[in-house]
Design a protein around this ligand. Structure first.
Ligand code: COA
Length: 330
């Protein structure tokens, strides 16, 4: 059975205006610009305004993606938001996005694969469109991580930022679009990377708030060890399925967590580091938004052109990982 070619018809991204530099953190916690830059590569990140929630960031990115695809909200058959920082625990952020975009009766749901969210979302959309369920799907990766980081915990708060990336996914010219997808997860119930309280396992109470368990907690070195394998392995698996080699790639868009993780992945898959697009210096780790934000900025700079073979690849809490190989569509 021949499946249609599915790809991104329009991509848009948005970051809030407020810039939070490493020097701003020096004023709050015991850290330094030098430590943050040398250990992570991050120089600054964006924080949402007090009146902005994840759905607001989504809408800004979605409008740009729809414009680029020459479509309106009426053309959409599904809105899917990948996020681990939804506006509310109950009521999908995707539904709020539908309303804010002026849509009616469009099915909506959220997906939580943490920092692999954009890749998981695109994979779900690809399958649904290939399977004939829907024609045009809006996939958004968006986070307001500034609301769940502990500004007293120097191990985590310096890493994360806010932002959104949106893609209109639909049928594209034959031979273009998504050539392969690869997803995986290691779901052990451990505390490598999670927000301990505020879910059904441990609802928030005075004690959890006092212990600051309502904020994200991370064992940095364990995540690091996982990531340096997950990133190259996911990319290799997707390359194999697409039957292309790493040398054929014009550019790789890795999850923007840490420059040292990306350098290690580059060595493991024998691809020059120059082919790994990075903007973590400016935006930090924006989780579900990160890969789309990187691709969006590269497109804006004219670094990706129609026909280029690119890889999107990520890892995150869960622990999840995934990669997509695509031939760029516009
Ligand atoms: N400023 C200054 N010192 C800091 C600091 C900060 N912001 N954060 C931690 N330190 C200190 C530690 O307390 C420790 O001090 P000690 O030796 O006196 O105990 C020292 O720096 C080294 O800490 P360590 O955790 O060993 O550093 P590291 O080289 O592993 O770097 C991370 C820490 C978080 C940058 C790194 O582990 C990492 O990037 N991990 C992956 C995280 C990630 O990508 N998470 C998101 C996944 S989606």
């Amino acid at each position: 059975m021949e499946f249609k070619s599915v790809g991104i018809k329009g991509l848009g991204y948005y970051v809030p205006e407020k810039v939070m530099t490493n020097f701003d953190f020096e004023k709050i916690i015991d850290t330094s610009d030098e430590w943050i830059r040398t250990r992570t590569g991050i120089e600054e990140r964006r924080f949402a305004a007090v009146d902005q929630a994840t759905s607001d960031l989504c809408v800004e990115a979605a409008k740009k993606a729809l414009d680029r695809a020459n479509m309106t909200v009426e053309d959409l058959d599904l809105i899917l938001v990948a996020t681990c920082t939804p506006d509310y625990l109950v009521q999908a952020t995707a539904c709020l996005v539908q309303h804010k975009l002026g849509g009616k009766n469009i099915p909506c749901f959220d997906l939580n694969a943490a920092c692999s969210g954009f890749i998981y979302g695109l994979t779900v959309a690809n399958g649904m469109i290939k399977g004939g369920v829907y024609k045009n799907i809006l996939v958004i990766g968006a986070e307001t991580l500034s609301r769940i980081i502990d500004m007293q915990d120097r191990n985590t708060c310096i890493l994360f930022g806010d932002g959104a990336a949106a893609a209109v996914v639909g049928e594209v010219e034959e031979g273009y679009g998504i050539l392969s997808t690869y997803l995986g997860a290691e779901g052990e119930d451990d505390d490598i990377l999670r927000t301990p309280a505020g879910g059904t396992k441990k609802p928030n109470d005075a004690q959890t708030i006092e212990n600051r368990e309502n904020f994200v907690k991370m064992k940095g070195q364990d995540v690091f060890k996982f990531a340096v394998h997950a990133l190259p392995n996911a990319t290799k698996n997707a390359l194999n399925t697409a039957d292309v080699s790493a040398n054929d790639l014009t550019m790789i868009f890795p999850h923007q967590a840490n420059v040292r993780i990306i350098e290690s992945a580059a060595k493991r898959i024998h691809v020059p580091i120059e082919k790994f697009y990075m903007n973590l210096q400016k935006f930090g780790n924006t989780s579900s938004a990160s890969v789309g934000l990187a691709l969006g900025e590269a497109l804006e700079k004219g670094l990706v052109k129609k026909g280029d073979l690119i890889a999107l690849t990520g890892f995150g809490a869960g622990l999840t990982y995934g990669s997509i190989i695509m031939r760029w569509t516009y």
